[in-house]
Write a protein that binds this ligand. Structure first.
Ligand SMILES: NC(=O)c1ccc[n+]([C@@H]2O[C@H](COP(=O)([O-])OP(=O)(O)OC[C@H]3O[C@@H](n4cnc5c(N)ncnc54)[C@H](OP(=O)(O)O)[C@@H]3O)[C@@H](O)[C@H]2O)c1
Length: 445
């Protein structure tokens, strides 16, 4: 970014976040000029449908439909990418960096899939690429990992980083809503998309965890290296059973360094009711980072929304403008160590199972044998009437089984034996249980 009296800003997208960034830059121009040390001048805006925006943008900036054009304009020094999705956003960011412009983005998909390449491009061209808003909305977790915690060896990152699933889970837990009811409510309030797959299947959280783990462990984590499971199979009854056992359920993203590799997972998890993560409700996000020097720090706050996300985007904007005028720009690129990953089968955690079983003598003994065959030790068994089976011809019961910590792979084998057995009608749900006591791997036992 070249040094000029005014900084030319190009904005891609005028949606939820872009619209708020636009408003703030216009309304508080003087204040931003004071904080940046230079006037920030909005030069061009790109949207898909310009007709709706003509009045809003007026004569204050060029209104275009080609975001690439904004990225290469001579009068633009910094590009703010807020169109979302992989394409054309990734190409736009690359084009801007190649043209010597710093970029601020809130795009987790692009940063998770292309972050290392784009950060390298930024470094090669001597410009900045900031992405604080890509994880946790307004929560300043990227900056904390890059700067404030850089003297620490990070051991573990545990995060609730998808507001949609956390809202749905809160509804199921507090109001006894079914999965479908919680989803409909989230869609009605604008928290969930018409196609909620990215959220409910953990894809969005896996993107964000890949970004956090790459920073925390100074390596390159690809989103597909994160094991993920969604929340579709959860029922309101699971929340009651979990509460009776002293737990609550959260869609937890975990990145943990072990002696045998990095453990990377996104899945619904039983966490102790006293865990700070257990009180993160609704669309709130939280990230807990454990470092060797600091111990554990927990950051929580609004993980989405126009204001919260614009807060992070605008801070990044001020940062790149400031860095351009300082002699020593901050190092940006994560180190390129190839990570050693811990296979999920080797992670040792207790398990929660909800099974539908025939209500007859001998079932428990048969189940016990399947667990014993794999060395998995049962911690508790609770039999409850199975609501759906009330009118079925076969008398059935629901069993809630928890196990002591055991290798995930052994639990897989137990479940496949149960699936073939007459003693199980259906495996309703299998959830992992997290607690301070069970952070171990097969090799560490
Ligand atoms: N919303 C949040 O709370 C939140 C939180 C954290 C991070 N983020 C991230 O912030 C980014 C923006 O999210 P958002 O919620 O603001 O999205 P949004 O409301 O859907 O807005 C997207 C904007 O980009 C424009 N656009 C999309 N594709 C385009 C293209 N090919 N060419 C030109 N313009 C294009 C759209 O134009 P039209 O208006 O003409 O359709 C719209 O103005 C995403 O990466 C998202 O993941 C959002």
């Amino acid at each position: 970014m070249t040094e000029r009296a005014e900084v030319g800003v190009g904005l891609l997208g005028l949606g939820v976040v872009g619209g708020r960034v636009f408003d703030e830059l216009r309304r508080n121009a003087e204040s931003f000029a004071h904080r940046a040390g230079r006037q920030l001048s909005l030069r061009a805006v790109a949207v898909r449908n310009p007709e709706r925006r003509r009045e809003l943008v007026g004569g204050c900036a060029a209104l275009l439909t080609d975001p690439l054009e904004v990225c290469t304009r001579d009068d633009v020094d910094v590009v703010i990418e807020l169109i979302g999705g992989e394409s054309p956003a990734a190409d736009c960011i690359a084009a801007a960096l190649r043209a010597g412009k710093s970029v601020v983005t809130a795009n987790k998909e692009v940063m998770a899939k292309h972050g290392p390449r784009l950060l390298e491009l930024a470094r090669d061209h001597g410009v900045g690429l900031r992405y604080e808003a890509s994880v946790g909305g307004g929560i300043p977790i990227i900056g904390v990992l890059q700067r404030e915690l850089r003297a620490n060896e990070v051991r573990c990152v545990r995060a609730i980083i998808n507001g949609t699933t956390n809202y749905m889970i809160s509804e199921m837990s507090q109001r006894g809503a079914s999965y479908q009811e919680a989803l409909a409510q989230a869609q009605q309030l604008g928290y969930a998309e018409a196609d909620p797959t990215n959220d409910v299947e953990g894809i969005d959280a896996a993107y964000k965890l890949a970004i956090l783990a790459s920073l925390a462990f100074h390596t390159r984590i690809e989103p597909q290296q994160v094991h993920r499971e969604g929340i579709r199979s959860l029922s309101a009854r699971d929340f009651q059973h979990a509460a009776n056992l002293g737990y609550t359920i959260r869609m937890l993203a975990t990145a943990r360094r072990t002696e045998r590799g990095i453990d990377l997972r996104v899945h619904p998890t039983l966490i102790p009711a006293h865990d700070p993560m257990a009180r993160i409700d609704g669309v709130l996000n939280a990230v807990a980072v454990e470092g060797d020097l600091l111990g554990t720090v927990v950051l929580e706050g609004p993980g989405a929304g126009a204001g919260a996300t614009a807060s992070a985007v605008l801070a990044d904007l001020l940062d790149v403008v400031g860095a351009a005028s300082s002699a020593a720009p901050r190092a940006q690129s994560p180190a390129e160590r190839t990570p050693q990953l811990l296979p999920l089968a080797e992670v040792c955690l207790p398990t929660y199972l909800r099974l539908a079983v025939p209500d007859r003598a001998g079932v428990l003994a048969e189940l016990g044998r399947a667990f014993a065959a794999e060395g998995v030790s049962i911690a508790s068994v609770l039999q409850v009437p199975q609501p759906e089976a009330a009118n079925s011809e076969l008398p059935a019961a629901e069993l809630i089984i928890t196990t002591h910590a055991g290798p995930d792979g052994a639990m897989d084998r137990v479940l496949s034996a149960l699936a073939d057995s007459d003693s199980v009608l259906e495996v309703g749900v299998r959830l992992r249980i997290e607690g301070d006591q069970n952070l171990e791997t097969v090799g560490a036992r």
